[in-house]
Ligand binder design. Structure first.
Ligand SMILES: CC(C)(COP(=O)([O-])OP(=O)([O-])OC[C@H]1O[C@@H](n2cnc3c(N)ncnc32)[C@H](O)[C@@H]1OP(=O)([O-])[O-])[C@@H](O)C(=O)NCCC(=O)NCCSC(=O)C[C@@](C)(O)CC(=O)[O-]
Ligand SMILES: NC(=O)C1=CN([C@@H]2O[C@H](COP(=O)(O)OP(=O)(O)OC[C@H]3O[C@@H](n4cnc5c(N)ncnc54)[C@H](OP(=O)(O)O)[C@@H]3O)[C@@H](O)[C@H]2O)C=CC1
Length: 422
């Protein structure tokens, strides 16, 4: 399968659904199963669903769309998003188009190091116990590695030990084991390590054993991305200055920072859902990191530079290209093929870039015309559907829900065959 896609497909949204799918199939990034899955409308067989969680009675669908125009570390990327909110995909595509004119997103992710926590209470002389734990580093790493031999064989495993005294008075000691998890998100692997090393940790430190679980604040698994956009692409110097002023607002005010970060997570979460990632874990880590300085802050900044703005974001991001749903959900497999990330680290950089794009699109709109024109124009289509009732089937003139084509501003239905890519 080819991975040399060209993600700048102008006017993609004006085509009908079948034409969009054909255009993507023609790129050659999907295998036969993924093509068949998407051509059949996606979804999940109930027999598979019945194995994924408990008490299953049906499946519950979301639209799957593609955000376009992304270029990340010199590679064009198609970004699948599973999301119900209108304008999220359009907005990310819009900002990616602007950033692309300045060369695209660049970024790097730390090695995939997860954190296992072991809690001990009532530890006598807790500072001395912490020193003993650190001194026993080699045997703790070996005990952890022994619990995950296949991960060690593929080059991962336990890397470091840290002892944190949370309360000297109460003798609360928490021991961290840092575990490299390859291309997995790693939660189950790390929980295995936490439970395996806990008895040894207790023998070394004393006290009463408590929880043995990963931390979702994966501070040794950060991703950093940056992007620039020119005044011209943004719609003028005033808009660019407005974006930089929006950052000052978010830095000064947690009420604004929460909305800023919601906008940042818009496309990131949608992509994480399409890719079968644990979005609860991603959200927990991102917001905990945003508050790490003691004050809740924006996950991204945009700074004025001559002729434009430069954006930067840093956040913990534990995602995987293997494990979780990757082997069992045909839609997730198709989404992973569309993104084409070769490793968990590469995937993390793509996801953080999507976050920065969502953030830029929202700030550009907020700093210029306001959010409502673009957002509500797309929201209206949903309202029309709701007014027509019965989830869309009744709204389609042919009675065929799948043949839904977007409406242009003039209300005409648009079905364009063979529209050229630019
Ligand atoms: C909505 C747009 C993109 C319209 O923007 P526009 O200026 O009308 O777009 P355009 O016609 O100039 O098209 C530019 C590009 O946008 C994309 N695009 C344009 N229209 C579509 C569409 N229908 N479907 C798919 N893609 C679309 C497409 O890539 C297109 O390129 P082209 O294909 O023409 O070469 C713009 O107004 C925008 O970016 N708005 C931001 C919307 C947004 O952020 N929505 C998120 C929900 S609001 C929220 O939750 C967060 C918030 C706002 O509270 C966060 C915060 O406060 O920070
Ligand atoms: N707080 C949280 O965030 C929690 C999350 N979870 C859930 O845990 C799941 C994620 O855990 P995770 O451990 O990633 O998933 P899995 O349990 O699916 O483990 C990953 C699997 O991938 C296999 N694998 C194959 N190739 C590789 C490779 N190159 N690198 C790494 N692993 C490879 C591993 O094989 P092998 O066994 O041979 O090593 C392992 O079986 C998610 O479903 C999440 O929702 C669970 C508990 C808590």
């Amino acid at each position: 399968m080819s991975q040399n896609v060209f993600s700048r497909i102008s006017g993609f949204y004006k085509r009908c659904l079948e034409d969009r799918l054909s255009a993507i199939e023609a790129l050659g990034v999907l295998d036969e199963d993924a093509r068949a899955h998407l051509a059949s409308g996606g979804g999940l067989p109930t027999a598979v669903a019945d194995r994924l969680c408990e008490n299953v009675i049906a499946t519950h669908a979301l639209p799957l769309g593609l955000a376009l125009n992304f270029r990340v570390n010199q590679r064009d990327v198609l970004v699948p998003m599973a999301v119900e909110e209108p304008s999220v995909i359009a907005a990310a595509s819009n900002a990616a188009r602007m950033v692309r004119l300045s060369g695209g997103f660049t970024g790097e992710a730390d090695p995939p190091i997860m954190t296992a926590q072991v809690q001990l209470d009532d530890v006598p002389d807790v500072d001395a116990a912490a020193s003993r734990v650190v001194a026993a580093r080699a045997s703790l790493l070996a005990a952890g590695d022994a619990a995950i031999p296949r991960m060690v064989a593929r080059g991962g495993g336990c890397r470091d030990v840290e002892a944190r005294v949370l309360s000297a008075e109460l003798g609360v000691l928490v021991v961290h084991l840092y575990v490299e998890v390859g291309d997995a998100m790693g939660a189950n692997l790390v929980d295995t390590v936490a439970e395996a090393v806990a008895p040894l940790v207790q023998r070394i430190a004393g006290g009463t054993l408590g929880l043995r679980i990963l931390s979702n604040l994966t501070v040794r698994r950060l991703v950093r991305v940056t992007a620039t956009a020119s005044d011209e692409a943004l719609g003028g110097a005033e808009v660019a200055s407005g974006i930089a002023r929006a950052i000052r607002f978010a830095e000064l005010d947690p009420y604004r920072a929460a909305t800023h970060n919601k906008g940042f997570m818009n496309g990131l979460d949608a992509t994480a859902v399409a890719l079968g990632q644990d979005f609860r874990a991603i959200e927990a880590g991102a917001h905990a990191y945003a508050a790490m300085s003691g004050r809740y802050r924006p996950l991204s900044t945009w700074e004025r530079i001559p002729g434009g703005v430069v954006g930067r974001a840093e956040l913990p991001l534990a995602v995987g290209t293997v494990g979780g749903l990757a082997e069992v959900h045909a839609g997730v497999r198709a989404a992973l093929q569309l993104v084409g990330a070769k490793s968990a680290r590469e995937l993390a950089v793509v996801l953080a870039s999507v976050g920065l794009a969502s953030n830029l699109a929202a700030l550009r709109a907020l700093a210029s015309e306001g959010i409502q024109r673009g957002h509500m124009r797309l929201h209206e289509r949903k309202r029309a559907l709701a007014a027509a009732g019965s989830g869309g089937a009744a709204a389609s003139p042919s009675g065929e829900a799948k043949r839904f084509a977007p409406e242009r501003a003039d209300g005409a239905r648009v079905v364009q065959q063979g529209e050229g890519e630019t």
